[in-house]
Ligand binder design. Structure first.
Ligand code: IPE
Ligand code: IPE
Ligand code: MG
Length: 253
């Protein structure tokens, strides 16, 4: 096994990594098991990646756990996922506190079942003072939902005369999003070989580096995570400039 961790450049770490955890169902299917078995095993990967990210000093890790579109799955699966969430948040609370990790959530949390909502709020409250890393669960989240909510907030501000149309800009709009407390993700990872964004962080992904791997989520390990960081660090982020300009800047600094 190659040691990716030791090859990571600590001076070029992304502050925020966002992950689309995909492939639980196929992982279970390969083993002749029910999809829910895949979700249960996905929790192990969540634990691994959270630890891995904290160990190298990532500040924000956002995991896409349930999309607004995922409600259209079979009821049994949806219920199992909601119950698994309660169980996981409760079970992991001590570990989160021990590792000084703060839990947060983005999404339409009021639309979650009462039990899930309560467990989540408790987890968020009990880890609120931790400051090593923030683990954000995107739950009942979709980017279009988030953007529409932000538009409503801006419209209300205008109606209440706390802002004028001329004040609307990138910064003001970004501040209305559910992700307002963190920087845009520099790196977005999707597992399971699907090459799409599935309504995740559309606004925030403007200049994110995308990393796709065919590894199914329950098989995603610390090493796989570190591998994605190494890949990210090998890329040239140009933000519209030419490669020569970017290189010159590096030479000057
Ligand atoms: C990701 O795995 C987990 C959730 C969306 C909750 P999937 O359940 O989408 O797994 P596949 O894509 O069917 O294999
Ligand atoms: C995206 O995965 C949502 C989450 C990971 C929670 P899906 O499996 O729901 O995405 P699609 O439907 O294949 O695009
Ligand atoms: Mg999927």
């Amino acid at each position: 096994m190659s040691d990716y961790k030791s090859k990571i450049d600590q001076t070029k770490l992304p502050k925020h990594v966002a992950i689309i955890m995909d492939g639980n169902g196929r992982w279970a299917h390969e083993k002749g098991k029910h999809r829910v078995f895949g979700h249960r095993n996905g929790v192990k990967a969540v634990r691994e990646v959270t630890e891995a990210a904290a160990e190298i000093g990532i500040e924000f890790l956002t995991l896409y756990a349930f999309s607004t579109e995922n409600w259209s799955r079979p009821t049994l699966e949806v219920n199992a996922l909601m119950a698994l969430l309660v169980e996981t948040v409760k079970n992991e609370l001590d570990t989160l506190n021990k590792n000084n990790i703060r839990l947060k959530a983005i999404g339409d949390l009021s639309g979650l079942p009462q039990k899930t909502y309560k467990a989540l709020l408790e987890g968020i409250e009990k880890t609120a003072k931790n400051d090593r890393m923030t683990l954000v669960l995107a739950l009942n989240y979709s980017s279009r939902w988030e953007i529409v909510e932000a538009v409503k907030k801006v419209a209300t501000m205008i109606k209440m005369n706390t802002c004028s149309v001329e004040d609307i800009n990138d910064t003001l709009f970004t501040a209305q999003l559910a992700t307002e407390f963190m920087p845009d993700p520099e790196l977005i990872i999707r597992t399971s070989g699907e090459l799409r964004i599935s309504n995740y962080m559309l606004w925030q992904a403007a200049y994110a580096e995308l990393y796709f791997t065919s590894v199914l989520w329950p098989d995603f390990t610390k090493e796989e995570f570190y591998k994605s960081i190494i890949d990210f660090q090998g890329r040239q982020r140009r933000f519209g400039k030419t490669g020569e300009q970017v290189n010159q800047n590096i030479a000057i600094n």
